[in-house]
Design a protein around this ligand. Structure first.
Ligand code: HEC
Length: 170
């Protein structure tokens, strides 16, 4: 019984200490202060599991269609993605995106790591606690988002020249 009371007292003291640390202004929310490696690892693992668990929309049949891929490149280049993730020639990539933590993912890598429904889910809904916005919330249609997914899936094999041609202003 005494032992249980002791554990209970410890738990209460721990909760008070955590509240003082978090609400007393001791914890730093600064973007330029690194998280302990274990926190980054946990956040990345939770992110991956959450995306995999939620991405249930079925991909449309036309993802391999070259016209859809081209349309996706155009939308990708104008909607804001390049600021953070760059594009094949990195032309419009924004210097300020270096100030984001976690750093915006390399989409050539993500093209292989995530399925089309997972990419769709991420772009549509965004990711909490990262700089990744919800483009659904920002007004992009599902059709536009699927076109972007079609483009990202092909990204590892798209040449700089093709990207430039597809995204040049009319
Ligand atoms: C303001 C900067 C910013 C913009 C704009 C942005 N992203 Fe992101 N994106 C991020 C950050 C930060 C992450 C989180 C890094 C990570 O997942 O490792 C991320 C993650 C992702 C991921 C990987 C998510 C995962 O499964 O882990 C994909 C795919 C992605 N973004 C695609 C896009 C696309 C497509 C657009 C444009 C429609 C876009 N992003 C616009 C910052 C941005």
């Amino acid at each position: 019984m005494r032992f249980l009371a002791f554990i209970g007292a410890l738990a209460i003291l721990g909760a008070i200490a955590a509240a003082i640390y978090l609400f007393g202004g001791f914890f730093s929310v600064a973007e330029n202060v690194d998280n302990p490696a274990i926190v980054d690892w946990a956040l990345a693992s939770i992110r991956g599991a959450s995306v995999a668990g939620h991405a249930t929309d079925k991909a449309p049949a036309n993802l391999d269609d070259p016209e859809t891929v081209k349309a996706g490149a155009k939308i990708y280049s104008t909607i804001g993605c390049v600021n953070c993730h760059g594009g094949p020639p990195d032309a419009n990539w924004a210097k300020w995106s270096e100030g984001l933590k976690p750093v915006p993912a390399d989409l050539k890598v993500m093209a292989k790591e995530r399925t089309a429904p997972q990419l769709f889910w991420v772009i549509r809904n965004g990711i909490k606690f990262t700089g990744m916005p919800s483009f659904g919330l920002a007004g992009a249609s599902d059709q536009d988002i699927w076109s972007i997914v079609a483009f990202i899936k092909k990204l590892p094999s798209i040449s700089d020249d093709d990207y430039k041609t597809w995204t040049a202003s009319p």
